[in-house]
Design a binder for this molecule. Structure first.
Ligand SMILES: O=C(O)CCC(=O)C(=O)O
Length: 260
C-alpha cells in the first residue's frame, strides 16, 4: 500500500466544506502501514491477554450482546479502553502532521485530546457483538459546546457485513429534540417524524488506513459483525482549547493531551 495521502498534511478546501456540510469526511489511506501493523499487534496482544481496561459486550445489553458476563461469549470485548496508555504508538500517531494538521483545520490552532471519551480500540467480534442504535456521541458528554471531532481509524476492512459505521449526513448541526429520542438517548426508529432523517443513512465502508473524521454530534449507528473476522478500529476525540469539559462532569474526570 502506498502512503500517498500522508504527503499532504491538510484537507483541501472542498474536503473541509464537505465536512462542515455533512458532519463527516473520509480521508483514504491516511495511516502508514507500519502504524497499522503496530496497532494491530497491540490490539491482538491485549485482546488475547484480556488486558487493561476493557468494555465487554455483555455490559451494555445492546441487541445481540450476551446476556451477562457469565453467559456464553460473556467475556467478548467490545472495546479496549485507554488506548493511549497501551503503547506509545498512539500518542506518536495523533501528533503526526497528517492527522494534527487536519484536526487544526477543523478545530483551530490549539487541539486538545480528552482521554475520558473514546480513546479506545473497538474490537467488534463475529459471534457475540451487538447493534448500536443511532446516537450523537455528545449525549453523555459535557463540554462548553458540542463542537468536538472524532477520528475513526480502520485497522482492517470495514463493511456493512462486519458492522461498519453508518451516518446521517448533516445531522451534526444541532442536538436532537428529546422527544425524538428514547430513554437511553438513541434516536427512536419507531417514530414517523424520524423516518425522513433515517432514510438518509449512509454506510461508511473503509479500507485499512482510512480515517473517518466525524463531528461528535453527527448521528451514527452500526450493526453487529456478521463476518468471521474481528473488526478493529482506533477511535479518539478532539476539542479546541476554548471548549473545555464542564467542571465536575465525567468529561473532566481524566487528564487531556495538549497536542498543539
Ligand atoms: O461500532 C459500533 O457498534 C458503534 C460504536 C459507536 O458508535 C461509538 O462508540 O460511539
Amino acid at each position: 500500500m502506498s502512503d500517498a495521502a500522508t504527503e499532504s498534511v491538510t484537507f483541501s478546501k472542498d474536503d473541509v466544506i464537505r465536512f462542515l456540510r455533512d458532519g463527516f469526511f473520509v480521508a483514504r489511506r491516511l495511516i502508514p502501514r507500519d502504524y497499522l501493523e503496530t496497532m494491530k499487534r497491540i490490539t491482538q496482544r491485549d485482546l488475547s491477554a484480556d488486558q487493561g481496561d476493557i468494555e465487554y459486550e455483555a455490559e451494555l445489553h445492546y441487541p445481540g450482546a450476551p446476556s451477562s458476563l457469565d453467559a456464553e461469549g460473556g467475556r467478548t470485548a467490545r472495546r479496549l479502553r485507554q488506548a493511549i496508555s497501551r503503547d506509545p504508538v498512539f500518542s506518536r500517531l495523533v501528533k503526526e502532521p497528517f492527522l494534527l494538521g487536519r484536526l487544526q483545520q477543523l478545530l483551530g490552532p490549539h487541539v486538545v485530546m480528552p482521554l475520558a471519551h473514546h480513546n479506545c480500540i473497538m474490537t467488534k467480534q463475529p459471534r457475540f457483538s451487538s447493534d448500536t442504535g443511532w446516537h450523537q456521541d455528545t449525549r453523555y458528554w459535557s463540554f462548553l459546546t458540542g463542537e468536538l471531532v472524532n477520528i475513526w481509524i480502520a485497522l482492517g476492512p470495514e463493511t456493512m457485513q462486519n458492522g461498519c459505521l453508518q451516518v446521517l449526513p448533516g445531522s451534526h448541526t444541532s442536538a436532537a429534540p428529546k422527544e425524538r429520542l428514547d430513554q437511553a438517548l438513541f434516536l427512536r426508529t419507531d417514530l414517523a417524524e424520524n423516518q425522513p432523517l433515517l432514510k438518509t443513512a449512509q454506510p461508511v465502508e473503509l479500507q485499512p488506513g482510512d480515517v473517518l473524521f466525524f463531528h461528535a454530534r453527527c448521528f451514527h449507528a452500526a450493526t453487529r459483525n456478521l463476518s468471521s473476522e474481528t473488526k478493529q478500529s482506533v477511535v479518539f476525540t478532539f476539542r479546541s482549547l476554548d471548549n473545555p469539559p464542564l467542571p465536575g462532569s465525567r468529561s473532566a474526570e481524566l487528564p487531556e493531551l495538549l497536542l498543539s
